[in-house]
Design a protein around this ligand. Structure first.
Ligand code: ADP
Ligand code: MG
Length: 717
């Protein structure tokens, strides 16, 4: 007896060769096959008497084969199979290219059903490459038996060796099993949202009777997937609220004092996000907050305020960043912000381990890594700044109250946040001699993650639904706008002359090379070539450095540092330069193949310049000059902020760009529905409603099981 878990190798029609190909698509069981969905449909449901068939019609005709023959085109390039089909109203020719094997099965006198589009050539109407199937004695209108013609037929994503025709042949007989799949959503939810039960949806997503039925089926599947994604996120949020955390009382006079000591006035946005963060810190449960703010919007000072509040309440702070240079930048920056307070700050990277405090007037001095670790464990260091891995691997805290993670690159955010908290938490508990497995009541540090990558609303509701969001919506006043230009190919030399001129004035420039493929190797090669070309052909007398992702972290840091120290004039780089580095003297960002990047990403690149006092420029070169490319790039000039750009990107390019990989755990149809905010919100409301009525899912057994399984599937645990 076949069931969902039956391996495909036990299906008689699937031989070892096909099993292997299916394996490549991650299809191993009957269930996998049933959940392998078509990506579109062809509506062949219009059955027409042959005598009534018109030109350019998409039709199905049902009749008898009168004659069938193979021939070769004059220059013998192509094999042509021609058949004449007849019904009581007339006859029509069908033509197939390069499928000589059709002769074996489509014999004269057999009944056949053909679906396709009609064309006109050599004075005759014919069906070109129609989909076909023999109907046996069954020449009537019994479309139930049909798979490839005479109805709405599924078209599956093209993959070498697995055709839609073959999948239809395999999947159709499995549909009775789809009828047995248990429905995990409560009936009220189905009714309220007017969506079919899962067994029906799973059947009609493959073989719908109408296109509308297919649409409803897809909606049902997407609904279920989004429901689970959001359920996982919201349950996680609830679970965090059950943990306990150090309560850091909001110290108003300290906050005032800190703000007054700044050389600038905080923006209203900075004030309101600070308020949200400080209120969270004062709660007895861990904060789990993502601070989003455009490049240069001033996230660091907000983090500094949270840090000083935490430290003055008697706890330590870990400040984690992705690169050594950023660690160095923040060490200097935070020392400045916290100068007037009696706090001890350390930096911990592979090349730097120093500490400083008010006692020594903030003149940092070098100490060994071991000493940083020892003094942190003893609670003598209040704030440790360092790269993620180093802090996680080498430091145990006595009394960690707050973890800050800066410039979380793209959307590994949630996973990495969980990791950071888990590791540090474990290390804390180990150091305190507690068993992490019985840690329910242990104090868990608060977590503040910061990113300049804007997250579209639908993603913040789903993949990031477990996080609270704070958004800095405005920039500090007085920032010079970066002048952005789309450069026509003919003006390339002009742009180079401009760059040269800037460099003669003492400025520096970035050149970003296009993404070649999803491969760092090819990107690195392209960047290397571009560096050579610029050095030999365009700017022979300038110093041109190279940076790419195939280099070791240390090497990358060295090259960036050298650029910061003005030891090179132009930095040619792949997209690795994207993360928040601050080179105040750089004024030109020149981007090759701009059409290959997402808008949000281009915006990030642009944010690398305009960080100092000088007017800065961003030049966009595009290989394609199509209207859509220009329109898209124009958004970069007109959009008011990065959030607008991100929403734009999501609409134009889909969510793949944001999530970056399959690791997101987002199922296909859920992914596809991420551009529909209303739909995502509707599902969200249902999940919230469910969690109010049945927080532990005790009244919804099947849903709970499905939820547990889904969590494992997306590796949430
Ligand atoms: P990001 O959000 O990109 O991390 P930073 O925190 O590095 O931005 O801030 C960019 C620069 O703006 C820093 O030099 C910082 O001191 C400065 N800054 C921050 N807030 C303000 C403000 N309200 N007014 C003026 N300058 C500010
Ligand atoms: Mg920053």
């Amino acid at each position: 007896m076949m069931n969902f878990n039956t391996p495909i190798t036990q299906i008689k029609k699937i031989g070892p060769a096909y099993a292997k190909r299916l394996n490549r698509l991650d299809i191993k069981t009957v269930a996998d096959l049933l959940f392998h969905f078509p990506h579109r449909y062809q509506d062949f449901s219009k059955i027409t008497p042959i005598g009534n068939v018109g030109l350019d019609d998409t039709v199905t005709v049902v009749g008898k084969i009168l004659d069938i023959q193979n021939s070769k085109t004059p220059r013998k390039q192509m094999n042509i199979t021609e058949a004449i089909i007849e019904d009581s109203s007339g006859a029509i020719k069908a033509v197939w290219f390069n499928q000589p094997f059709l002769m074996n099965s489509l014999r004269p006198e057999l009944n056949i059903s053909l679906s396709g589009k009609t064309t006109f050539s050599n004075d005759a109407l014919f069906l070109s490459n129609p989909s076909y199937e023999l109907t046996g004695a069954n020449t009537g209108n019994n479309t139930d038996a049909l798979r490839h013609t005479g109805r709405v037929i599924p078209v599956y994503p093209e993959t070498a060796g697995v055709s839609s025709r073959w999948l239809r042949y395999i999947i159709k007989p499995l549909l009775p099993l789809a009828q047995k799949i248990p429905e995990y959503l409560p009936p009220q939810i189905l009714a309220r949202n007017n969506i079919p039960p899962l067994p029906n949806a799973l059947t009609s997503i493959h073989f719908p009777n109408t296109l509308e039925e297919a649409e409803n089926a897809r909606k049902r599947i997407a609904f279920g997937e989004l429901f689970l994604v959001q359920l996982v996120a919201l349950k996680e949020k609830m679970n965090v609220k059950k943990e306990s955390a150090p309560q850091i009382e909001f110290d108003l006079s300290l906050a005032k004092d800190f703000v007054d000591s700044l050389p600038f006035k905080l923006t209203d946005s900075q004030r309101s996000v600070s308020w949200e963060i400080l209120q969270d810190l004062a709660k007895p449960h861990p904060m789990n907050r993502l601070l989003e703010g455009d490049v240069g919007s001033g996230k660091t000072v907000v983090a500094a305020l949270a840090a000083i509040q935490t430290i003055k309440a008697g706890y330590q702070v870990a400040f984690m960043v992705p690169t050594e240079i950023l660690a160095d930048q923040h060490f200097k920056g935070l020392v400045k912000f916290l100068e007037k307070y009696d706090v001890t700050i350390a930096i911990l990277t592979r090349s730097a381990h120093k500490k400083t405090s008010q006692k020594i007037k903030y003149e940092p001095f070098k100490i060994s890594k071991q000493r940083v670790a020892k003094e942190t464990l003893e609670g003598k260091i209040d704030l440790v700044i360092g790269t993620h891995s180093l802090i996680q691997e080498t430091v145990r805290f006595k009394n960690l109250g707050l973890i800050i993670i800066d410039e979380q690159h793209r959307f590994g955010v949630r996973q990495r946040m969980a990791l950071a908290r888990g590791n540090i938490q474990n290390s804390m508990q180990k150091s305190a001699g507690r068993d992490p497995r019985t840690s329910r009541n242990a104090n868990i540090p608060h977590l503040l993650s910061m990113t300049a990558t804007p997250i579209p609303r639908t993603l913040s509701l789903t993949l990031f639904g477990d996080l609270d969001l704070s958004i800095i919506k405005q920039m500090p006043i007085g920032r010079k706008e970066i002048i952005t230009k789309i450069v026509a190919p003919a003006a390339r030399n002009q742009a180079y002359a401009f760059v040269k001129n800037q460099i003669l004035k003492g400025r520096q420039a970035f050149v970003i090379c296009p993404l070649v493929e999803e491969s760092e190797k090819f990107d690195a090669k392209a960047a290397t070539k571009e560096q050579e070309r610029l050095q030999t052909k365009i700017f022979p007398d300038l110093r041109i450095a190279l940076l790419h992702g195939r280099m070791k972290g240390k090497e990358k840091d060295k090259i960036m540092q050298a650029f910061k120290d003005k030891e090179s004039d132009i930095l040619v780089s792949t997209s690795v330069v994207e993360v928040g580095i601050d080179v105040q003297n750089a004024t030109v960002m020149l981007i090759e193949g701009a059409e290959r990047f997402g808008l949000a990403q281009l915006h990030q690149f642009r944010g690398r310049v305009g960080r100092g006092e000088h007017q800065s420029y961003c030049f966009l070169f595009a290989k394609s000059s199509s209207k859509t490319t220009r329109q898209r790039l124009k958004a970069l000039i007109t959009a008011k902020n990065s959030f607008e750009l991100a929403e734009n990107d999501l609409k134009i390019r889909g969510p793949g760009d944001f999530i970056g990989s399959r690791q997101s755990g987002m199922p296909d149809l859920a992914m596809a529905s991420l551009s529909d905010l209303e739909f995502v919100k509707t599902v969200r409301n249902e999940v919230e409603d469910m969690l109010i009525k049945d927080p532990e899912l005790e009244k919804n057994d099947l849903l709970r099981q499905k939820y547990e399984a889904f969590k494992r599937e997306i590796h949430f645990e």
